[in-house]
Design a protein around this ligand. Structure first.
Ligand SMILES: NC(=O)c1ccc[n+]([C@@H]2O[C@H](COP(=O)([O-])OP(=O)(O)OC[C@H]3O[C@@H](n4cnc5c(N)ncnc54)[C@H](OP(=O)(O)O)[C@@H]3O)[C@@H](O)[C@H]2O)c1
Length: 316
């Protein structure tokens, strides 16, 4: 299966390395890659030359069967990924993405467009890297309704808060997250809770049929948290965690909140440190169950993309 990439940053490079390592086991081959400022490449060697005039030209020339969309997140709109995905659907390509923006802004429409075109749309890496969230619900929880969720889903803020707890500065924490390749292209999206709000909207749209936008999430980031706040929480046996929560309201509708919370050390959401993430799903038939990932790296995001590709081949 021929794979076109849009975006060639941390995730795309890890994904290309993974495909190369696993080429004897899996039949996926790179057809090309298109970027914003680094030009366009056609063929598996990824020799970048002048940029295609636009994504339509890239997709027409690359002649792929699936688009792996890995451009930067724009939390307010879901663009440019939203347009890229639609361009791919229009050409009969399946789409895999790690970009949560399109799910947070237009999931229901994209699902309908994919179905109308007879193509698959997969997005396991958008939340918690390659750990099963969407696939767990789809494949392992038939008949279960997700009523809400609670998550500690943003690695960059955990790293910043840990750095501050260890006597380092807020900026040191941002730099550490960037050096690990896990910060958003613009790290203020992590710090100000946008990443968590987009994840909450994406989860609510996919798992709860919510039809919400990130702007509807009550959002407070960690910018106002001081080193003194982190130390005071630690002294009280608590941990500051940027949480993402959703609940179905008694009268209908869904409330979603992102905010820093002081949680007792024993709270499941306070047990995940650094890049580790935890998501608890609150359901009707299965009570509360969760997914945890311990210190995932960008290689696990790449695995989530590979798992989506494998899943698509099973449908063909
Ligand atoms: N990093 C992670 O651990 C992680 C985990 C889960 C999900 N994600 C998501 O995965 C996506 C990629 O993340 P990343 O860390 O790889 O980002 P990144 O390193 O900042 O790379 C972003 C890539 O997108 C390209 N790009 C941006 N706008 C574009 C446009 N209009 N047209 C074509 N290409 C465009 C950039 O092109 P240039 O190279 O020319 O600048 C760059 O190659 C993001 O949506 C992110 O939210 C990341």
């Amino acid at each position: 299966m021929r794979v076109a990439l849009i975006g060639y940053g941390s995730v795309a490079r890890a994904f290309v390395r993974l495909l190369d390592e696993q080429k004897k086991r899996f039949p996926f081959r790179i057809a090309g890659a298109h970027t914003l400022r680094h030009g366009t490449a056609y063929g598996p060697e990824l020799a970048f030359g002048p940029a295609a005039a636009n994504v339509a030209e890239f997709l027409d020339k690359a002649q792929a069967e699936v688009l792996v969309e890995l451009s930067s997140l724009a939390p307010e709109t879901g663009e440019p990924a939203l347009t890229h995905i639609r361009e791919a659907f229009a050409r009969g390509l399946h789409v895999v993405t790690a970009n949560k923006g399109p799910l947070a802004h237009a999931f229901a429409a994209l699902r309908a467009e994919a179905a109308a075109r007879g193509v698959e749309f997969r997005y396991e890496s958008t939340v918690m890297d390659g750990s099963p969230v969407y696939n767990m619900v789809r494949n392992c929880l038939p008949g279960v309704r997700v009523l809400g969720f609670s998550g500690a889903l943003n690695s960059t803020t955990k790293i910043i808060l840990r750095a501050m707890g260890n006597g380092r500065t807020f900026a040191d924490g941002v730099a550490e997250a960037q050096s690990m390749g896990i910060a958003e292209t613009d790290p203020s999206y992590d710090v100000d809770g946008w990443d968590s709000a987009v994840k909450a909207a994406a989860l609510a749209n996919v798992l709860m049929d919510a039809n919400v936008r990130p702007q509807e999430v009550e959002r407070e980031g960690i910018r106002a948290i001081s080193a003194e706040d982190v130390r005071a929480a630690g002294d009280a046996g608590e941990q500051i965690v940027l949480t993402s929560r959703a609940e179905t309201l008694p009268g209908g509708g869904i409330r979603m909140r992102v905010r820093p919370e002081r949680l007792p050390i024993g709270d499941p959401l306070a047990t995940v440190q650094g890049t580790s993430n935890l998501l608890l799903l609150h359901t009707d038939l299965m009570g509360t169950l969760g997914t945890i990932s311990i210190e995932p790296r960008v290689e696990q995001t790449a695995y989530g993309l590979l798992s989506d590709l494998v899943d698509i081949t099973r449908t063909l």
